[in-house]
Design a protein around this ligand. Sequence first.
Ligand code: ZN
Ligand code: ZN
Length: 233
Amino acid sequence: MEWLYCDFHIHTTWSDGDLSIKDVVQLYGEAGFDVIAITDHILDSKSLLQANKAYGNHCSIEKKDFIHYQRELWNVARYAWEAYKMLVIPGIELTNDTSKYHILALDNKEYISPDLGVEDILNEIKAQGGISIACHPYIRNHSGEAPSEYLWTNQDRFALKFDAWEVANRDDLFNVVGLKKFNYIANSDFHQVKHLRSWKTLLRCSRNTEAVKQAIRTNEAVALFLYRGGSLK
Ligand code: ZN
Ligand code: ZN
């Protein structure tokens, strides 16, 4: 079976990314990637109010727009398959900046509120047949803040409840996550074209969504990969 080049954490103009969904698909398709997930932010309601005041309403998918986001993803997924044989998995990043957790949901079917607690979010993702990933659990930004501090502080409680934990995010490699031997994954957290050069995941499985999801869950044939540009094909 072949190894698939994957990236499961990508933002577009639906939240705070620079590129449209179609432009993202063309960028990854031309580079030769096999599987990508589009995971725009849904902000918790308190942070959304603050962000709307600060930046205008371009940083989060609102509940009323979720169906339109899904429909654009389904539509572009068909284009990606026909043009590049690339799988596009619809997703979201549940972004709770009030309680400090960022959670990726892949292949979720319905809107999920980031105002819910972590356990409720994970149960909801599972009930919708999705995959849950703890985002950048160990990252610290320049001011020393950790956007997923709550997940890392409660790692023992959540360890096995997530399908995978990011062991690498963009340029950062979290050896502390690796040492825990949690199921792992590496993603770009793509917002701008320059973020294409970053840590990614290789999975050995068939090229379809159910097989990819199962490969993340079992985490047996998985590898880290540092993409440095150029064509993969
Ligand atoms: Zn995040
Ligand atoms: Zn992100």
